[in-house]
Design a protein around this ligand. Structure first.
Ligand SMILES: [Zn+2]
Length: 344
C-alpha cells in the first residue's frame, strides 16, 4: 500500500509517498481501508520535530481518518467488515482505572495515532476495534474525517468542561480555525451568543456567514473593547481560547465576574503574564482541556448524522499532495479543514 512518511525532520519536502507492506489485523484489531484523512496543525509540528513527542523514524503522521472496515482480527465483536467508521486517535490499554471509568484519554499507557504510533497518512491502517466510531449513513467520509479533532475537542471543551448554557455569551479566539468553527456551531447549538476574533478582514465575513453574531480582526481592533461593547460593558460568560499569549492573559479583562476561560492551544505564546489579583477578586475560572473520550465522539457523530453540525471543508487533495496540504495549513490561508483522499 502507499503511505506518506518522513525519514528526517524538516519542511513539507521531507514528506515522501512510498510503498510499504500492508498491515495485518491481530487480536482485538481491525484493518480499515481509509477513504479520507484529516490534516491538523500538530502534524506539521510532528514533521518539523517541534512536537515534543517521542517518535521513531521513519514515521507516518496523521491523527484523523475515516474509512471502511476491510478485515477484522480474532476476538472482535463490536464492528464487522463493511462498517463505515471514523477513528478515535487515542490508543489506550483499556484496562487501567482511567480506561475503565470512561476517561480513557488520561490512560498512562496511551499512544496517539500519528504521534507516538504510526498515523493515518496511508491507504490502510490497523487499529484496535475499540477506536472505531460508527459513521451515520448521511455523513460523508470527508465530513467524518474532518470532524474528529475539531468537533471532538470543541465538544469536550465547551460542553463538558465549560458547560456553556442557553443565553450565555461566548468569545472564541481564532474562530476561523477548524476547532474555532466547530466551537461556533456547538456554542450556537447550546443557545449561546457567539463573538469571534480572526486574523484578517476577509475571514470576518466568512465567520459571520458561518453563524457568528459579531467578529473582529484582532490585528486592527482591540478584542477587550469589542467584548465589553458587545455585552453592554458586562463582559462575556465564556472565552474559548486556542491561541495563548495575550489572548489568554488579557481575556480576563473581557470576562464578567464568575466567567470561565477554557484553553486548548498556545501557538500565540506558551508563557504569559497573569493578573492573579484580578483573577481571584472576580471569581474567574481558567479551565484546561486537551482531548475527548470515545463516548463524546459518539455523541458528536450522532449530532453530525442529525445535521446539527456542518463541517467546513477548505480542500481535499490526493494522498500524493501531502506536502502541498502542509504548505496550505502553514500559510493559514484556509478557512475550514484540509484533507487528503487516499483513494486517488
Ligand atoms: Zn488505560
Amino acid at each position: 500500500m502507499r503511505a506518506v512518511q518522513f525519514d528526517t525532520y524538516g519542511g513539507p519536502e521531507v514528506l515522501t509517498v512510498r510503498e510499504v507492506p500492508d498491515p495485518v489485523a491481530g487480536p482485538f484489531e481491525v484493518l480499515v481501508d481509509l477513504q479520507a484523512i484529516g490534516i491538523n496543525h500538530v502534524d506539521l509540528d510532528v514533521r518539523d520535530g517541534t512536537s515534543r513527542f517521542d517518535i521513531t523514524l521513519p514515521h507516518t503522521p496523521g491523527l484523523e481518518g475515516a474509512g471502511i472496515v476491510a478485515e477484522v482480527g480474532p476476538n472482535v465483536g463490536s464492528v464487522k467488515v463493511g462498517d463505515r467508521v471514523a477513528l478515535s486517535y487515542i490508543k489506550t490499554c483499556d484496562q487501567c482505572e482511567e480506561c475503565l471509568s470512561g476517561r480513557e484519554m488520561f490512560c498512562p499507557r496511551r499512544g496517539l495515532l500519528g504521534e507516538q504510533i504510526p498515523g493515518t497518512y496511508a491507504e490502510r491502517i490497523v487499529v484496535p476495534a475499540s477506536l472505531c466510531i460508527p459513521i451515520p449513513d448521511s455523513v460523508s467520509f470527508v465530513d467524518a474525517a474532518a470532524s474528529i479533532v475539531t468537533y471532538g475537542s470543541s465538544w469536550h471543551a465547551l460542553t463538558t468542561r465549560a458547560q456553556v448554557r442557553l443565553g450565555e455569551t461566548v468569545l472564541i479566539h481564532s474562530i476561523g480555525s477548524g476547532v474555532g468553527t466547530a466551537g461556533l456551531q456547538i456554542a450556537k447549538a447550546a443557545g449561546a451568543v457567539v463573538l469571534g476574533t480572526v486574523g484578517s478582514d476577509e475571514k470576518i465575513s466568512k465567520a459571520l456567514d458561518a453563524g457568528a453574531d459579531a467578529v473582529i480582526n484582532h490585528n486592527t481592533t482591540d478584542f477587550v473593547e469589542f467584548a465589553l461593547d458587545s455585552t453592554g460593558g458586562k463582559g462575556v460568560d465564556v472565552v474559548f481560547d486556542m491561541v495563548g499569549g495575550r489572548a489568554f492573559s488579557d481575556s480576563m479583562k473581557a470576562m464578567r465576574p464568575n466567567a470561565r476561560l477554557v484553553t486548548i492551544g498556545a501557538h500565540g505564546g506558551e508563557v504569559v503574564q497573569f493578573d492573579v489579583i484580578e483573577f481571584f477578586r472576580r471569581h474567574i475560572t481558567y479551565i484546561s482541556t486537551h482531548s475527548q473520550s470515545r463516548s463524546e465522539l459518539r455523541q458528536v457523530f450522532e449530532l453530525l448524522g442529525r445535521g446539527v453540525f456542518d463541517p467546513h471543508i477548505h480542500a481535499v487533495l490526493p494522498l500524493s499532495q501531502a506536502a502541498e496540504a502542509h504548505t496550505m495549513i502553514a500559510s493559514r490561508s484556509n478557512f475550514g479543514k484540509v484533507l487528503l483522499d487516499p483513494t486517488i
